[in-house]
Design a protein around this ligand. Sequence first.
Ligand SMILES: *Cc1c(COP(=O)(O)O)cnc(C)c1O
Length: 474
Amino acid sequence: MNTIIEPFRIKSVEPIRMTTREERTTFLENAHYNLFALDSENVIIDLLTDSGTSSMSANQWASVMRGDESYAGSPSFDRFHKAVHHLMPFSHIIPTHQGRAAEKILFSIIGGPGKYILNNTHFDTTRANIEFTGAEAIDLVIAEGKIPDSEHPFKGNMDIARLEAFIKEKGPENIPLVMLTVTNNSGGGQPVSMENIKETKYICMKYDIPLFLDACRFAENAYFIKLREPAYANVKVETIVQEMFSYADGCTMSAKKDALVNMGGWLAMNNPVWAEVARNLLILTEGFPTYGGLSGRDLEAIAVGLVEVVDEDYLHYRISSTQYLGRHLTEAGIPIVKPAGGHAIYIDARNMLPHITPLEYPGQSLAVELYLHAGIRACEIGTVMFGLQMDGTEKAAPMDLVRLAIPRRVYTQSHIDYVIEALTEINQNKAKLEGMKIVWQPKQLRHFSARFLPINSVQNQKENFSKAFQAENA
Ligand SMILES: *Cc1c(COP(=O)(O)O)cnc(C)c1O
């Protein structure tokens, strides 16, 4: 059977309000063409992110009622600890309110000027927390990881030769930690192979440097190992996960991804000295070590989520439906980053819309049209997000992508078919899409709040006319 069916029935539904193109035009104008400024109630299918947007199961909701909200020593912490420890057997497991809180604590302990933290590709909050301490965040993903249409099965792999060369050059004493992000989010949700995890561990051991996993999408990564690494074809995903973590000395985790909950995270490690300092820092900003930044009920939902996320029927549905979207977009002639990642499909908007130059934001133009045409919200990952330089000038980002991130267990096959149809129609009329210009922006992280106008819009022409008029008469 080839039809992908969701391995669940729906017991509780969340209505979607349907909107017309005319309504969406108004919503978009009011949002200054920035999709972050839309009310989510006016979005038909929201593919902005897979973070914190998962749907919880009946079992998770039942566990919420069991949550014990005692300040210290809650049995909910025991259940959380047991579930995490089963997959990730570290000596110290410290709950936090989300992944970045775990990063903040970890790098406060081991970061600082003159230090280097190496990773396949650092996620933005990881990089920001490292740089905040004065340390440098270095990306060492394999060369294929940066080529959009390279079909390498493990594009998230660490470049082992560059890793060792970097350690030799800077000295192991300046490298407190090596990380591997599984799957590599900033690199397109691409997995890391077990072989590469082992090779990375081998180099780390040689120079006595601990290895941590940025574990956010550990279950998706493990499933890719099962599908693509022949030695693991018949190994249970749960066992693959345990093996992945057996090579690590600790991890940071955002439960908003592969723990199937809406909020939460943890920091785990074997080093008792670091763990002691981490618990003291935890008390300052997150809370007592048996709850961290979370309620007892959150800890319960995570404990159940960790069992459900390694279920192979779930993972089969999860990865097949992302691949189904990727395959149909490719068949429709839409260029995407290949192979399809675990949690998202990335459309290569620069390649799809060659008539729009990077500084006219082809990714933003496509994301705006996707909303206008079908009420689908996606995220530009390109020149709008990365193009603004420190000195206020602007340059094209390496790629102009539009990310379609798929929330876990939220949308059905027919929702995905709707997304495919919308993009196919847009692709047929793509010559009509026009570039955008930014009419206002903040100094940093402009993608969240910048205001745009379509280049040929009446408003834009009026604005240009009045500027020219004022200049002439000044
Ligand atoms: C989401 C994410 C984080 C940060 O987690 P938050 O819960 O959003 O703070 C860190 N690393 C990766 C790879 C992520 O995807």
